[in-house]
Write a protein that binds this ligand. Structure first.
Ligand code: BES
Ligand code: ZN
Length: 634
């Protein structure tokens, strides 16, 4: 089936959630096409200063004002055409920040452009950037900084239209002293020596990207290229602190380029030119972040046995879903993460097989159900109805990922399997690549595509039977349809968990360390996840579990997380061990649940541990943990 050339994209928002309520900008009036920015990093004050020059195009007749998002920025001046113009900064709206209102000297008509230059500096309150002391790095010699802009933290680094609805290209020059390297989420164009240990790094991002993909990292960093596949028009490699390079390189040198190629075969050519991975220090709050050209990743995925390469398959998949086709507002975030998770598992299927894909869905389903148990029904929905000015980080959960990926798996199964679904996915990418869309636009295209299929009649009939409202807007403790996965790889895990469940009297003589010797690390995760669904185990049974399988001291953080979840539910016996484990786990997937459970079991220890190590965490994670524990940090 070929590209749908006659498919018309609806251009105006049709539901209130299609308009992004998490931006203070007037992005429906004027849109940013390009940003030129220049920053100088001040390592002493932990700020950047410089300017951002935005080229903006009017979408309407007679636009007189431009409103940009800012958060904790110190704005020094605004110029248009070299002349200072009138501007004001609104009162702060919590989390959203402050609108920078600029009065245009001449009203702008539809299609006309103007260039606005804002001179400013960031401040200590900047929520996007984590500043690390030398002691928090591998070598202990130099400071380090990195940003995390998704969902709405870009505005604390740069005045912009901070919404996924708008995509702009950028060009940037960033100066750093102390001989430290600077990386941005674009292609490096040059490095100029300014003397005195100062260098200026030039970058360009020629593909339009949403503001949340603007990213920076700086510190003692080195790069190594992976051997790229012949005949490819893109390059891959990794950046790490020098002491991490060998392990990181070994772990990812083969899979990275293969994953990009597999993703291309499943979708369309990779369009960002460079795909590098930056392995950050332990405090990085996510597993991975798909910053354009430069995925940011937690170093905990360098597991030594390639057991966590799926995180890289995930971030690569965002090149098409999220960075390619974007969501028009955070309500439609599942279009990014659900599609990405779906493609990530197709990539893994190519190297590890269909059974592995089924196992990933099994693990994901447990994560989904766990989240659904504790989430407000509003956030259980695939399309989230955010209130005006509500923080999209509040709706972050497994729902967009797993409900989304399961919905797509369900559609794949309903519409004749991968033979039909992969060509459809390609058509979807070709139709919308480079734009930001809503769930309705996605669905309209789906109907349009299968309406032209050779089996259109039957497939349209099946599409008509899908319970769209339940899938998209329903809440509840599980998926609305009973979806099953092949249990070839999970059965042994379930059987072992059931045996432990029966051993709660303490008689563990029938177990040995060999029980899990043939398990992949994902199977060990499935085993522990299952165990967690039973009534809590007595502490001495947990101790046996640890002693036999060495779970409390595992170097694999996915397994460690599950073990401490089981252990902390059973009693305070493992509280000290969990506290020692969590203090270098900056990834929120690991630290938040462990701190939460620690707080239920031994609140004093939880709070004391967090407050002592609060500076280790990135500002985003710090705020979330503080909220979970009900404590204040400054
Ligand atoms: N884009 C997300 C991370 C994110 C989402 C940051 C929303 C801020 C707001 C990234 O692609 C992601 O999903 N990371 C996962 C990886 C996993 C699903 C393989 C993570 O960090 O756990
Ligand atoms: Zn993702």
């Amino acid at each position: 089936m070929s590209f749908s050339p006659h498919f018309k994209r609806p251009s105006t928002p049709s539901s209130p959630f299609d308009k992004d309520g998490a931006t203070l900008s007037n992005y429906l009036d004027v849109v940013t096409r390009h940003i030129d920015f220049r920053w100088e990093i001040n390592w002493d004050t932990k700020t950047f200063h410089g300017y951002a020059e935005l080229t903006m195009e009017s979408k309407k007749e007679g636009v007189r004002e431009v409103r940009l998002d800012t958060s904790y920025l110190d704005v020094r001046g605004v110029e248009i055409g070299g002349k200072g113009v009138e501007y004001s900064i609104s009162e702060r709206i919590e989390v959203m920040g402050q609108a920078l209102k600029i009065v245009l000297p001449e009203p702008l008509n539809k299609g006309e452009t103007t260039t606005i230059k804002v001179t400013y500096s960031t401040t200590k309150e900047c929520t996007a950037v984590g500043w690390l002391e030398p002691a928090q790095t591998k070598s202990g010699k130099h400071p380090y900084l990195y940003s995390q802009a998704q969902a709405i933290h870009a505005r604390s680094m740069i005045p912009c239209q901070d919404t996924p609805a708008i995509k702009a290209t950028y060009e940037a020059k960033v100066v750093s002293g102390r001989g430290l390297e600077v990386l941005l989420s674009g292609q490096r164009k040059g490095v100029k020596d300014l003397g005195d240990g100062k260098r200026e790094f030039s970058y360009s991002q020629p593909v339009g990207i949403p503001s949340y993909l603007i990213a920076i990292a700086a510190g003692e960093l080195t790069h190594k290229s992976f051997d790229d596949l012949e005949g490819r028009h893109w390059q891959t490699g990794c950046w790490t602190e020098p002491l991490n390079m060998d392990k990181a390189y070994q772990e990812f040198k083969e899979d990275t380029a293969n994953f990009v190629k597999t993703a291309e075969d499943l979708t369309s050519p990779y369009k960002f030119g460079v795909y590098d991975i930056l392995f950050l220090p332990e405090s990085f709050p996510y597993g991975g972040m798909e910053n354009s050209c430069l995925t940011f990743a937690t170093p905990t995925i360098i597991a030594g046995d390639k057991s966590q390469v799926d995180v890289v398959a995930h971030e690569i998949s965002h090149s098409w879903f999220g960075n390619g086709i974007g969501c028009a507002s955070w309500s439609h975030f599942w279009l990014n993460e659900g599609w990405t998770t779906y493609l990530e598992r197709l990539i893994m299927r190519e190297t590890h097989g269909e059974l592995d894909r089924q196992l990933s869905y099994t693990v994901g389903r447990r994560g989904l159900v766990g989240d659904l148990e504790r989430l407000n029904p509003r956030f259980q929905k695939l399309v989230i109805e955010y209130k005006e000015h509500e923080d999209p980080d509040e709706g972050y959960s497994q729902v967009p990922y797993e409900k989304g990926a399961n919905f797509l798996l369900y559609l794949e199964r309903t519409l004749g399997g991968l033979d039909n679904f992969i060509p459809y996915m390609k058509d979807y990418v070709r139709t919308f690549e480079g734009t930001s869309i809503t769930t309705d636009q996605w669905r309209e295209h789906l109907f349009h595509y299968f309406g032209q299929h050779k089996d259109a009649e039957e497939l349209t009939r099946r599409l008509g039977k899908v319970d769209w409202d339940e899938w998209l807007h329903g809440s509840g403790p599980d998926l609305c349809v009973d979806i099953e996965y092949d249990d070839t790889l999970s059965k042994a895990c379930y059987d072992l968990a059931a045996r432990w469940d029966k051993a709660r009297d303490g008689n563990v003589s029938g177990f040995s360390k060999d029980d899990i010797k043939d398990f992949s690390s994902t199977q060990t995760v499935v085993f522990l996840d299952k165990l967690e669904t039973y009534e809590t185990l007595p502490p001495k049974v947990v101790a046996s579990l640890d002693k036999l399988y060495g779970l409390g001291s595992t170097g694999n953080a996915e397994i460690g997380l599950r073990f401490f979840e089981v252990a902390l539910k059973s009693g305070p016996e493992y509280a000290e061990a969990a506290a020692a484990w969590v203090i270098n786990k900056g990834r929120m997937k690991f630290c938040r649940p462990v701190f939460r459970l620690l707080n239920e079991q031994t609140p004093e220890l939880a709070k004391k541990t967090f407050l002592k190590h609060a500076n280790f965490y990135h500002p985003i994670a710090r705020k979330m943990i503080a909220k979970d524990l009900g404590v204040k940090v400054d």
